[in-house]
Design a protein around this ligand. Structure first.
Ligand SMILES: CC(C)(COP(=O)(O)OP(=O)(O)OC[C@H]1O[C@@H](n2cnc3c(N)ncnc32)[C@H](O)[C@@H]1OP(=O)(O)O)[C@@H](O)C(=O)NCCC(=O)NCCS
Length: 195
């Protein structure tokens, strides 16, 4: 297995992986195109924060770091109408819980107070996703953390993950992350990794 930087042409493949792994993720609910655009914005912001893991010459996983708040600000401006369209579609199909969820996420991601802990010296691990049961996640996480922390101005990494979620918590904990706080109506927790 090999970890390396993602190339622009691989973003579509990575969007597919994201879409399949996180079916009930906010971006996946709006549509695969939103996932791809999110990845493009993150990629343009800093290509050196975007890694893939390959195995038998196939991409088996990816990890992306960045500033979730800034990426979402850009994304929501461009995709405002698509988001409204997705809300209307879900109302039409009587998926009211989804509509509530979309609004909750929109308010959360637009509120700067929810990102107060992110400073000039910290970075968010936005998403990691791998083919499971091969230990790829740990390899990808450890290698990429080493790389992003080579930047002397970065000394902390935060990650938002579901709460409670024993499996993901265990994954991050064994890789050096510690609990930071509960957020998003106690549905998410933020963990931190300190250099
Ligand atoms: C969270 C996630 C990235 C973790 O990656 P992972 O590859 O499953 O995690 P690990 O690298 O710790 O490996 C898991 C298990 O694989 C097995 N494993 C490890 N190395 C192995 C190897 N070389 N060969 C075979 N199996 C191996 C081990 O049983 C290990 O469990 P352990 O912790 O008890 O040792 C992955 O489950 C995933 O993509 N989940 C879906 C997306 C997601 O939820 N992302 C997090 C959002 S914040």
């Amino acid at each position: 297995m090999n970890v390396s930087y993602v190339k622009r042409y691989e973003l579509s493949n990575i969007a597919d992986m994201w879409f399949k792994s996180f079916k009930y993720n906010f971006y996946s609910i709006i549509g695969k195109n939103l996932v791809l655009e999110y990845l493009k914005i993150a990629f343009e912001a800093n290509k050196k924060y975007f890694f893939k893991i390959t195995y038998n010459n196939k991409i088996r996983g990816f990890i992306v770091y960045g500033n979730d708040f800034i990426i979402n600000q850009k994304l929501f401006k461009i995709f405002f109408l698509s988001i409204i369209g997705a809300i209307i579609k879900n109302i039409f199909f009587l998926k009211f819980f989804r509509v509530i969820y979309i609004f909750q996420i929109l308010f959360y991601l637009q509120n700067k107070n929810n990102f107060k802990h992110i400073s000039k010296n910290s970075l968010e691990l936005i998403t990691i996703c791998v083919d499971k049961k091969r230990g790829l996640g740990t390899t990808l996480l450890r290698y990429s953390i080493q790389q992003v922390l080579k930047n002397p101005s970065v000394n902390k990494i935060y990650v938002k993950t579901a709460y409670p979620s024993k499996k993901t918590y265990r994954f991050y904990k064994k890789n050096g992350f510690k609990f930071y706080k509960i957020t998003f109506n106690s549905k998410w927790q933020i963990l931190s990794f300190i250099k």
